[in-house]
Design a protein around this ligand. Structure first.
Ligand code: S3P
Length: 434
């Protein structure tokens, strides 16, 4: 059933918020723990639909996963050779990360698998993974145009490759590295723009001998994983909505506790600071090998910027939030080199441009970016296209609007941030179900 929200001008934001666990880390923690020898505990696991779908898939592949309390999983690893064929298709839901990483992993198993997803995931490009995996010897059939479902033929012998990514994608890199774990010889992935390195860091934590530096990763096939406990940091991409909201709502001050600050994720922090945002880092420490800190954000007057293209991969999930910051800034903001946004959970350049236009702003779109001209946001109706981050972005825009903003099709917020509306209203948002 489709769910809509109504957002309108609320209170200045105040309080201390605990943001849920990182989606990228949660997917990988369950996957690698499932493949390990021994039992691993995952703390801070994101109870989102995407990451639960991944856990459910591993249960169906024969892995026992316990949930002793919310956000905690005990995973009884079966070893790299211990997965069992599942009856019927494996449903990745809305999760591109789930499907692409599983494609690499399942291509290397002795058995066949079928990966399916929801309407949005069924429109997302998969050749970027099936291409390099085929070069390694995998056999994966897609629908016309390289779309899901993925029909994976097991029992293939894989060979390591030296692969240079065509698009900056941690998902593609990870799929190749996971297949590489089962391949003959070395697998090398090179990236023109470094992307998030959770796969590399976490494989290392699970005892895999892997060499990596920004833009480069190499591992040898035939290695086993040793169980380890994983502490998942709070998701910077979820925190991002509150960083923007508090920046643009006068009188706001929020503390977001222990947020993951992996440098491959925090491009938005740099972009917001270039715009004049007041965000400080306090209580810096490490959480499961990842840098974390409290982020304290206060309202500030923002100015429009040209977003440096070099920041794009480090803020790839944060453009919906950035567009709203730009809408409330002084002077236009220019985004370039971000064509990848067109193949996310929705076409995010079009979703954000159309939504901001519906609220009375001018946005000029280009194939790989947009120019956002700030102005007074009016009430109106926007379509999130079933995209969680578009829905959350417009809930912030609503806090600055002169009238009510109706946001259509918001149920997918639960894929990454199930308690978003409760946290937001607790902090001062005016946001309700339609
Ligand atoms: C992710 C990588 C990114 C990001 C996605 C999560 C990951 O996708 O947009 O939300 O966990 O590896 P791409 O690697 O396709 O850019």
């Amino acid at each position: 059933m489709k769910q809509d929200w109504i957002a309108s001008a609320g209170q200045p934001l105040h309080g201390t918020l605990d943001i849920p666990g990182d989606k990228s880390v949660s997917h990988r923690a369950v996957m690698f723990a499932a493949l390990a020898d021994g039992t691993s505990t995952v703390d801070g696991f994101l109870e989102g639909e995407d990451t639960r779908a991944t856990a459910a898939i591993f249960s169906r592949l024969g892995v026992r996963i316990e949930t002793p309390s919310p956000s905690r999983r005990i995973v009884h690893g079966v070893g790299v050779d211990g997965l069992r064929a599942a009856e019927g298709a494996l449903d990745c839901g809305n999760a591109g990360t789930g499907m692409r990483l599983l494609a690499g992993l399942l291509a290397a198993q002795r058995f066949d698998s079928v990966l399916v997803g929801d309407e949005s995931l069924s429109r997302r490009p998969m050749r970027r993974v099936t291409g390099p995996l085929a070069t390694m010897g995998a056999r994966i059939d897609t629908e016309e145009g390289g779309l899901p479902p993925l029909r994976i033929h097991g029992g293939q012998r894989l060979t390591g490759i030296d692969y240079t990514l065509e698009v900056a994608s941690a998902q593609v890199k990870s799929a190749v590295l996971l297949a590489g774990l089962y391949a003959d010889g070395d697998t090398v992935v090179r990236e023109p723009h470094p992307t998030r390195d959770y796969t590399e860091r976490m494989l290392k934590a699970f005892g895999v001998d892997i060499e990596f530096s920004p833009g480069f990763a190499r591992l040898r096939g035939g290695q086993r994983l040793k169980a380890t406990d994983i502490a998942v940091p709070a998701d910077f991409s979820s925190a991002a909505f509150f960083l923007v909201a508090a920046s643009i709502i006068p009188g706001s001050e929020l503390r977001l506790r222990a947020v993951g600050l992996n440098p491959r994720r925090t491009g938005l922090l740099q972009a917001l600071r270039l715009m004049g945002a007041d965000i400080t880092e306090e209580n810096a420490s490490e959480h499961g090998g990842e840098p974390v800190a409290d982020l304290v954000v206060r309202h500030a007057s923002l100015r429009g910027i040209e977003v440096p293209e070099a920041l794009v991969p480090d803020m790839i999930d944060e453009f919906p939030a950035l567009f709203v910051a730009a809408a409330a800034a002084d002077g236009p903001t220019i985004v370039r080199g971000a064509a990848e946004l067109r193949v996310k959970e929705s076409d995010r350049l079009a979703s954000m441009a159309n939504g901001l236009r519906a609220l009375g702003l001018r946005v000029d779109e280009t194939p790989d970016g947009a120019t956002i001209f700030p102005g007074t946001l009016q009430g109106g109706t926007v379509d999130s296209h079933g995209d969680h981050r578009i829905a959350m972005a417009f809930s912030i825009a609503g806090q600055r609007s002169s009238g009510e903003v109706r946001i259509g099709d918001v149920a997918n917020v639960a894929t990454s941030f199930p308690n978003y509306d409760a946290l937001a209203t607790g902090a001062g948002f005016a946001l309700r179900k339609a």
